[in-house]
Write a protein that binds this ligand. Structure first.
Ligand code: SF4
Length: 253
C-alpha cells in the first residue's frame, strides 16, 4: 500500500511545486516501486541514505520516515553549502524520525588546499575541481559509508545522459546502491513533495533544479538541461563529483 497523501497544499504561484508537479500516468506504480525498493534496502542493514537535501533526497527521507524503516540518513556538509541548504539541514535533523548524521571534511586538508590553490581553484581546471571534491566530498563519503552494507541515493535516469541507465539496484560497486526513484520523472518528484507537504530547499523555487556547493551551482534558464547549473564551465562528460562514479571509472581518490 502506498504512503498516504496529505491534503494537497495550495502551491504558491511560481513555486517549484506549481511549476513542476506533474505526475506521470504510472505514478502510483512508481511510488509502489520506490517503497518496495526501500523495504528491500532495509534488509541490508546497516544501510544508509546519502542525502544532498535536493528534491529527490527529501522525498526518499520522507518515505523512509513514513514507512518507519530502519535506515539512517547522512549529509556531507562540505563547508561550502548555501545558507538555504544548511537551514533545511537543521530543520530536517529536528523533525526526522530517522537519524540524520552530518560528515565534514578534514579541516586541515581544506585549509591547506585553499592556502595552496586559492578559494576559486575549482574554476581553473577539472583536476583542481576534482581535488576539491576529493577533500570536501569523497573522503567524508568514505567515512559515511564505513561499515555499511548498502546505500541509497536519489539518482534518476532522467537527470542526465550519464545517468540514463541507472538501475533500481546497482551491484557493480563495493556495496549495493539502491536508487528507488530511478524511474521517476521530475514531475513525479514534485507531485510527491506537493501532495505530502514535504519540506524542501527554497533554492528550487529560484530555478535551481540541482543543488550542490554554492561556488559550483547556479540557477538555470528556460530550456537549459537539468544539470546545466552544476560545474557549468566544464564539459558535460566531466560533470560528476565522484560520488556516483564507479571507482573503476576513475573516481578521485
Ligand atoms: S562541488 Fe565545488 S566547492 Fe564543492 S567540493 Fe566540489 S569543487 Fe569543491
Amino acid at each position: 500500500m502506498n504512503t498516504p497523501a496529505s491534503p494537497p497544499l495550495a502551491a504558491e504561484a511560481g513555486s517549484a511545486i506549481a511549476r513542476n508537479a506533474r505526475p506521470s500516468a504510472g505514478f502510483d506504480a512508481l511510488l509502489q516501486e520506490a517503497e518496495d525498493t526501500l523495504r528491500r534496502a532495509a534488509g541490508f542493514a546497516p544501510v544508509t541514505q546519502a542525502s544532498s537535501l535536493g528534491a529527490e533526497d527529501v522525498v526518499i527521507t520522507h518515505l523512509i520516515n513514513a514507512l518507519g524503516l530502519d535506515i539512517g540518513v547522512f549529509v556531507l556538509d562540505t563547508g561550502a553549502l548555501h545558507p538555504e541548504t544548511l537551514a533545511l539541514l537543521a530543520r530536517t535533523r529536528a523533525t526526522s524520525r530517522a537519524t540524520v548524521s552530518v560528515y565534514h571534511p578534514v579541516q586541515e586538508s581544506v585549509v591547506q588546499f585553499v592556502r595552496r590553490e586559492g578559494p576559486e581553484a575549482m574554476y581553473r581546471s577539472i583536476a583542481l575541481r576534482k581535488a576539491c571534491c576529493g577533500i570536501r566530498k569523497m573522503e567524508p563519503l568514505d567515512r559515511a559509508l564505513e561499515g555499511k552494507k548498502a546505500w541509497i541515493t536519489g539518482l534518476r535516469r532522467e537527470q542526465s545522459a550519464a545517468r540514463a541507465e541507472v538501475p533500481l539496484l546497482g551491484t557493480g560497486e563495493a556495496r549495493p546502491k539502491f536508487n528507488p526513484l530511478a524511474n521517476w520523472t521530475w514531475g513525479d518528484v514534485w507531485h510527491y513533495i506537493g501532495t505530502r507537504g514535504v519540506d524542501y530547499n527554497p533554492l528550487h523555487d529560484q530555478f535551481y533544479p540541482s543543488i550542490g556547493c554554492a561556488p559550483c551551482t547556479r540557477a538555470i534558464s528556460l530550456g537549459e538541461d537539468f544539470r546545466a547549473g552544476r560545474w557549468w564551465w566544464e564539459d558535460e562528460a566531466a560533470k560528476e563529483c565522484g560520488l556516483h562514479v564507479k571507482k573503476t571509472e576513475g573516481a578521485p581518490a
